[in-house]
Design a binder for this molecule. Structure first.
Ligand code: B3K
Ligand code: ZN
Length: 878
């Protein structure tokens, strides 16, 4: 018999639970081949729910893969229960009682990395969203908030460190070399915030004095060999704590804050109360082992998880449909933090790049969903760029509409009103409205409707009346289950440039940049006393997550690139120009022709290199061509091979035209000064390495020598890895040199698993090297570990991003990915489901590629025993 198909659950069906759990007292006895979990729950009926016919409801707990050893109620053995697949139904003896269950679990065999599992010999947990049910029977839902105590018992020599949430209140020794520690968390929390760690770990310790003068102990735990890579995370943590006090008035609430680094982890990190667990790649960093990108990622993720202490933990989510309540808000918070700590301009560009590349693609694909979804089959599939990044953009728009001061009043009200509660997105918007007096009625459509709105903008200038009009029409493409959309409230920041490139005053007050509140399907905005026909700069700072269609000529874009006072739009003009040139070349290739890149683009990039007035960080961003993924996202039909080819040609043409200047900049920025992850230094390294990227795109042996020189002379990982990557991706393929630097890199860093991830991914993603056979050999390499999500992401994710090799015309790349997924789905469904994403985008591709992708999707869909994760994605995709 076929197993029952996974079912969708709906937001509209939400009901409060029949019971609350006031206290949760847990005891973990950890052994090498199993663990027992004893759970004592103080259960009380939810008095707000009426009892039908005078019968008490049955207490229905959920559990996964548990072996139930015993059940007691009020300290007496209890037999009036029913255990079934995924549930334990207990007949309640009264309005309030204590329920004790003892379960046996096998953390050593848990490959899903959800619940309690082992990573490099240590025990650790991941409970969000529904992992706690793999630990014990429970009301595993975020609106059930409980006070937890946790006693952890284990062998003392193998697991000297025993951690859980809150404060360590008691400890002791047992016979047989075992020991125990009891932890108590004074704050109520849902089960998804529970955490436990047991291992042989070392820690670095520091302190933070909060705004009210309380001393908090900060500890970061890792395996001994990584202990010297924790300083940056510690500095980032202290900065985050201070920033949250300064900007949001939020103070940390426990006496201790701990971070533990683990190698096997499904995502970046987890905000468990007082005991954050991190993917080691998101916490460890030293100049020798981490690139600038990793330094910044560590800072951002440490901040993100710390900020969750308020936006997520003190105020949590009522149900998982509200996920963006904590994630969107917290991403907005960490993004502003990073902007304050580093270059605000660059941070905005990076965020928008992610949004436009990954989120717009999701919004245009089969898994499109609003930031508050209406239904899901498997919640793990909804930790998406839509919930996180678009969710953050929605909060950013509220911030823009209210202004910083009222937004702060709104967040204060939200935290005060809902402290200790499980809240909804509606509660958040309401607090913002109540505190500011602004009406966010229509704005709520951002929470209900999926899809990326398109603003089609036309303009008219009347030379007689000196009036200029912007005619803005909004529309939003249909998305699954939502054919028709109501108009959004879209804040559109604009400016108007005169013929000299100066901003024109837009109103009587003389403002040169204004936000237009676009609310209807079509609106006309009129500007008076405009002496000449201006050029509009639309959606400055990317004031809303929308696409703008305005008929800019290439000369208009060149003008904006040089003159726009809004640096974001200046960058955006460079990207639009490059995209339009590459698209033109791809179209020619499709028609069987060849076309050289528009010379204006090549000249414009040259001007950027020369422009002394540009901030180095912005200059670097402007010199980066749109990524292949972003070009694919914007293309009406994706021709992967041509996109790759056309982009390479443009890169080559820029390098050829400006070789001398590029080399001069590279030389002027090459330095051996001590590494600092500071914004100015990062900008210098980024620009230098972009120049090296251009130079090595030339099909000349000569420029490779520069990369080789930088590789060997590098004093930090940023420069060394950039040089390695240039050698691998160079226009002149020098196999010998490639092997030599790859071997050297392997020898230097083989003991650092996170560096090895980069070694793997640079090869898998390389058009020259990442052939299927090479990818298969990487998976046989001793540094590869099939149970590590980081390794799988590096190799399979790297390969799937490889336009040339993954999309090989014989379909072998697609078949390989499908094979890997089907195998992985039995072990780690979350990662399998994630890796499926590239195939779900099949509708965007040229017809022959579509067919080849579809064959593999059908094969996956028809496979027996799919996880709910993969089942949902594959069935929605085809
Ligand atoms: N809240 C966690 C994500 C959990 C994902 C579970 N599948 C990390 C974060 O967003 O901070
Ligand atoms: Zn988060």
């Amino acid at each position: 018999m076929k197993e029952a198909q996974p079912k969708a659950i709906f937001l509209k069906d939400y009901q409060a639970p029949d019971f609350w759990i006031e206290r949760t007292d847990l005891t973990f006895d950890l052994f090498e081949d199993y663990a027992t979990v004893s759970s004592v729950l103080t259960v009380i009926r939810n008095q707000e729910k009426k009892i039908a016919n005078g019968n008490l409801p049955v207490l229905e707990l959920v559990g996964d893969d548990l072996e139930l050893l015993s059940v007691e109620i009020d300290n007496q053995p209890w037999t009036d229960y029913q255990e079934g697949s995924g549930f334990l139904k207990v007949t309640a003896p009264g309005e309030q009682f204590s329920l004790k269950t003892v379960c046996k679990i096998k953390p050593q065999e848990n490959t899903s990395l959800e619940g309690l599992y082992k990573s490099n010999g240590m025990f650790c947990t991941q409970c969000e969203a529904e992992g706690f049910r793999k630990i014990t029977y429970y009301l595993d839902r975020p609106d059930v908030m409980s006070l937890f105590t946790t006693k952890v018992i284990a062998d003392k020599s193998a697991y000297p460190i025993l951690l859980s949430n809150g404060n360590d209140i008691d400890r002791g020794e047992l016979e047989n070399g075992r020991h125990w520690v009891r932890w108590e968390d004074p704050f109520k929390k849902p089960s998804y915030l529970f955490a436990l760690v047991a291992g042989d770990l070392q820690c670095v310790e520091d302190h933070f004095t909060t705004m009210s003068g309380r001393e908090v102990t900060l500890r970061i735990f890792t395996e001994a060999h990584n202990i010297d890579q924790c300083d940056h995370a510690m500095v980032s943590l202290k900065k985050s704590m201070k920033w949250d006090e300064d900007v949001y008035g939020r103070e940390y609430d426990l006496d201790i804050f701990m971070i533990v680094a683990v190698d096997h982890f499904n995502m970046g990190a987890m905000e468990n109360k007082g005991l954050n667990i991190f993917n080691s790649a998101a916490v460890l960093a030293s100049p020798e082992t981490a690139t600038d990108g990793r330094f910044q990622r560590v800072e951002a993720i440490v901040a993100h998880e710390y900020f969750h202490n308020w936006s997520g933990n003190r105020v949590t989510c009522r149900d998982w449909f509200q996920l963006s309540l904590k994630e969107g808000f917290t991403v907005f918070r960490d993004s502003e933090f990073s902007a304050d700590m580093n270059s605000r301009g660059v941070k905005r560009i990076e965020d928008v790049n992610v949004l436009r590349t990954a989120q717009f693609a999701e919004d245009a694909g089969p898994m499109a969903h609003p930031i508050r979804p209406e239904s899901f089959i498997e919640i793990s599939n909804f930790y998406t760029v839509t919930i996180y990044e678009k969710g953050a953009e929605v909060v950013r728009m509220i911030h823009g509409i209210l202004g910083a001061e009222d937004f702060r009043k709104g967040s204060d009200l939200y935290f005060d009103r809902h402290d200790g509660q499980a809240a909804t997105c509606e509660d958040f918007v309401k607090a913002m409205e109540d505190a500011s007096g602004r009406d966010l009625g229509q704005f709520r459509n951002w929470y209900n409707q999926a899809g990326t709105p398109v603003l089609t903008v036309n303009d008219e200038y009347n030379e007689d009346t000196h009036q200029y009009q912007l005619i803005i029409e909004q529309s939003c493409p249909a998305t699954p289950g939502q054919d028709k959309k109501e108009p959004f409230h879209i804040p559109v920041r604009i400016g108007l440039l005169d013929g000299e490139g100066e901003d024109l005053p837009l109103n009587a007050e003389g403002d040169t940049s204004l936000v237009l509140d676009v609310k209807q399907a079509k609106e006309v905005f009129t500007f008076k006393n405009i002496e000449e026909r201006p050029l509009p700069s639309i959606l400055r700072g990317f004031s809303a997550p929308v696409r703008v269609a305005f008929d800019y000529s290439r000369d208009d874009l060149l003008f904006l690139m040089e003159n726009d006072s809004d640096h974001f739009n200046r960058w955006d003009a460079s990207q639009r120009l490059a995209t339009s040139v590459i698209e033109e070349m791809v179209a020619a290739m499709v028609a069987g022709n060849d076309v050289a890149p528009d010379a204006r683009l090549i000249t414009a990039f040259g001007s950027v290199i020369h422009d002394e007035s540009l901030d180095l960080a912005v200059k670097a961003e402007m010199l980066v061509l749109p990524s292949e993924a972003s070009l694919a996202q914007q293309a009406a039909v994706v021709y992967p091979q041509f996109i790759h080819q056309a982009r390479q040609q443009v890169k080559h043409a820029i390098a050829q035209a400006h070789q001398g200047e590029l080399e001069a900049v590279w030389r002027s920025l090459s330095s051996t000064k001590p590494y600092r992850p500071a914004a100015e230094d990062i900008a210098e390294r980024t620009l230098k390495n972009i120049c090296l990227g251009y130079l090595t795109a030339l099909d000349e042996k000569g420029t490779l020598a520069l990369a080789e020189q930088q590789y060997h002379g590098a004093t930090n990982m940023t420069d060394r890895f950039a040089a390695l990557s240039c050698v691998i991706n160079a226009g002149h393929q020098d196999r010998e040199l490639m092997d030599e630097v790859l071997d050297d890199f392997l020898k230097r860093y083989q003991d650092d698993t996170n560096v090895m991830d980069q070694w793997l991914s640079v090869q898998a993603a390389s058009p020259a090297m990442g052939s299927l056979s090479h990818v298969l050999s990487l998976m046989q390499h001793e540094v590869f570990d099939a149970s590590s999500p980081n390794k799988l992401r590096s190799v399979l994710g790297g390969f799937a991003s490889n336009m040339k090799q993954f999309h090989a015309v014989d379909g072998s790349g697609y078949a390989f990915l499908a094979d890997q997924l089907l195998d992985l789905d039995k072990k780690n469904p979350q990662i399998a489901s994630r890796l499926l994403t590239p195939l779900t985008r099949w509708r965007k591709f040229e017809p022959a590629a579509q067919e080849r992708m579809k064959v593999q999707l059908e094969r996956i869909k028809n496979s027996e025993g799919l996880s709910a994760d993969v089942y949902e994605v594959v069935n929605k995709s085809i």
